[in-house]
Design a protein around this ligand. Sequence first.
Ligand SMILES: Nc1ccn([C@@H]2O[C@H](COP(=O)(O)OP(=O)(O)OP(=O)(O)O)[C@@H](O)[C@H]2O)c(=O)n1
Ligand SMILES: C[C@](O)(CO)[C@H](O)COP(=O)(O)O
Length: 238
Amino acid sequence: MVIPAAGRGVRLGPGAPKALRALNGTPILVHAVRAMAASRAVSLVVVVAPADGAAEVKNLLDDHALPDRTDYVVVPGGDTRQESVHLGLKAVPDDITTVLVHDAARPLVPAEVVDTVIEAVRDGAVAVVPALPLADTVKEIEPAERPGDPERVVATPVRARLRAVQTPQGFDRDTLVNAHATVALAGEGATDDAGMVEKLGAPVVVVPGHEEAFKVTRPLDLVLAEAVLARRRANDGF
Ligand SMILES: Nc1ccn([C@@H]2O[C@H](COP(=O)(O)OP(=O)(O)OP(=O)(O)O)[C@@H](O)[C@H]2O)c(=O)n1
Ligand SMILES: C[C@](O)(CO)[C@H](O)COP(=O)(O)O
């Protein structure tokens, strides 16, 4: 399991790197690691920390309780998510054949999603994404030619065939390592790991995502995350 956590969180606004910011008094990263460790199938978590913050992240994880069966290592990240995942993958021991990649920025993913993704890989899929249907209609636009000009719509993809993909995404380890090496060599990029596997021409399987697996990206997402935790506490109380 690789958790890229080296991003700055620019869209969340000024402050500490996003993974280290507090959600209900606990760093977002700790929530994310605990969410992964909640699956009994996860034995090792490789956390990819901000390049200048690996020691701080290691101390943080040492200070927060994780299940005994979950081991973790911390490695410094890169300038992009893709680079950070690549660096994390290098720290995964050779005998691990199923690898998950999970954004630290999705701290509330339920264990059932993690288990479903792992099961699909173990059943033979080389790449698996959890995904949800879209609520909004999506337009493809032509970027404005000059600043101040309006963007123009060029197409409206059929919404029923679109999915918003989440993490953890699950992979056959060799396929993911090959995808990262090939895409980096070609100087290409992708905004998620499955996108890199698609560039190899390998099949990617979709499993159900979960609305609580949303990515904390903008300030309102933190408000929503606090509300989800409050709802969980209230439900636990009954
Ligand atoms: N150089 C980077 C950039 C991103 N990430 C990680 O990739 C995940 C998804 O990225 P995103 O939500 O875009 O996080 P940021 O890059 O931090 O956000 P922003 O673009 O607002 O700065 C996050 O867990 C983030 O820490 C990473 O490990 N290394
Ligand atoms: C990997 C991801 O979370 C899948 O939805 C997403 O692509 C990350 O994008 P970002 O540009 O790092 O926010």
